[in-house]
Design a protein around this ligand. Structure first.
Ligand code: NDP
Length: 349
């Protein structure tokens, strides 16, 4: 579809407030240099938010230009912006999650939606590896002792010790996609045994896993899992996927990791298990409510390592991969080739 002047337009709305997520000048140059013939790029100067799956109130500047856009490249897309963009053929989100973008009008439209699934896999796998090792080696106890000026080996070498090697660990990864597979690949290289859960187990075993099972078959694996990792998208099927009853099936020294979205977990039930020592600890990057309220008991739990939804941060690597994906898809879109990361609007990812 072309505009009245025959020019096709891409609107790039990536001036995120957070520096790591703001398109750098070199990235803008890369887009300009690789634009297919006949396309104009409009770079929005106004700041936007990279938080969540999109939906942040759009700036006036982007509202003013989106009407002529055939392609929109941003962090999700607000409903009001979509409604002001009648010529759209394709939305690419620089976020992996698209929960906030799949509102009724998008679902009912023919507009192609692509996301950044897999793009964040490397930094997130490294983040999780660090977090798992932190608890496995009792470095949480080490930090407490250091702050208090205590020299005490018993927490590490006494009868209550929970120190373990990665090669003793059986890891269950719910969501065997880009992120889950990158983690499993690294853990397997270090000797762990990884089982993945994917929605379509028949589509094969992604790299790093010994085997995969489907959404109905992972509960029985919990008693033999030393680490449970949540890396699946937030969809209608995954809401409150991890209940207290499932957490109770894990062994008492198990480690819980969530980098997906807070909506996948019953956070109250998780807090109970962590506070009573029913779990060894947790590594959490995402929460039911973000920012995490100051009243949350999670702040005070010594066996929780938490971060404010930043596990994917990797300014250089991100733009390299993100722009490669976008440019490949842009040319694919123009040439009518199959595009990568096309979101299944019904499945929600
Ligand atoms: P992918 O699309 O590559 O992987 C998603 C995986 O989840 C696939 O293996 C898929 O199965 C599986 N899955 C889907 N539904 C279910 C289900 N009901 N039960 C079990 N598994 C299921 O995405 P990514 O790995 O790149 O990202 C995953 C999620 O991580 C994102 O949707 C996002 O919410 C979150 N994320 C968080 C970030 C952060 O900053 N904390 C940053 C980036 C992503 P199948 O392969 O069979 O389709």
């Amino acid at each position: 579809m072309t505009s009245d002047t025959g020019v096709r337009r891409l609107v790039v709305d990536l001036r995120a407030r957070a520096n790591a997520w703001a398109l750098p000048a070199a990235g803008a140059e890369r887009l300009r240099a690789a634009a297919p013939p006949g396309w104009e790029i409009i770079f929005v100067d106004a700041q936007t938010s990279s938080d969540g799956d999109g939906g942040a109130a759009p700036a006036e500047e982007v509202r003013a230009v989106v009407g002529s856009a055939e392609v929109y490249f941003g962090y999700g897309m607000a409903r009001s912006l979509f409604q002001a963009a009648p010529k759209l053929g394709w939305i690419h989100s620089a976020s992996a999650g698209v929960g906030g973008l799949l509102f009724a009008e998008v679902r009912a439209s023919d507009v192609i939606v692509t996301n950044s699934a897999g793009v964040h896999a490397i930094p997130m796998a490294e983040y999780m590896l660090g977090g798992i090792l932190y608890l496995l080696k009792s470095l949480d106890a080490a930090r407490r002792q250091q702050r208090a000026g205590i020299w005490d080996k018993s927490v590490f070498s006494g009868p209550e010790s929970t120190v373990r090697e990665l090669r003793e660990c059986r890891v269950l990864v719910v969501g065997a996609g880009g992120i889950g597979s990158a983690l499993a690949t690294r853990l397997t290289a270090l000797g762990s045994h990884c089982v993945g859960v994917r929605r379509h187990p028949g589509r094969g075993i992604p790299e790093g896993f010994e085997r995969v099972v489907g959404p109905d078959d992972w509960h029985e694996l919990l008693p033999e899992s030393d680490v449970l990792v949540i890396a699946a998208p937030a969809t209608s099927e995954t809401k409150q996927l991890v209940t207290g009853e499932l957490l109770d099936r894990l062994p008492p020294d198990a480690i819980f990791v969530n980098v997906a979205r807070g909506s996948l977990v019953d956070e109250g039930a998780l807090v109970d298990r962590l506070a009573t020592g029913a779990l060894r600890g947790a590594v959490l990057d995402v929460f039911e409510e973000e920012p995490l309220p100051s009243s949350s008991p999670l702040w005070g739990l010594p066996n929780v390592l938490m971060t404010p939804h930043v596990s994917a941060v990797s300014p250089r690597g991100f733009w390299e991969r993100e722009l490669s994906l976008f440019l490949d898809n842009w040319h694919g879109y123009v040439e009518g080739r199959e595009m990568r990361n096309v979101v299944d609007k019904e499945a929600g990812y």
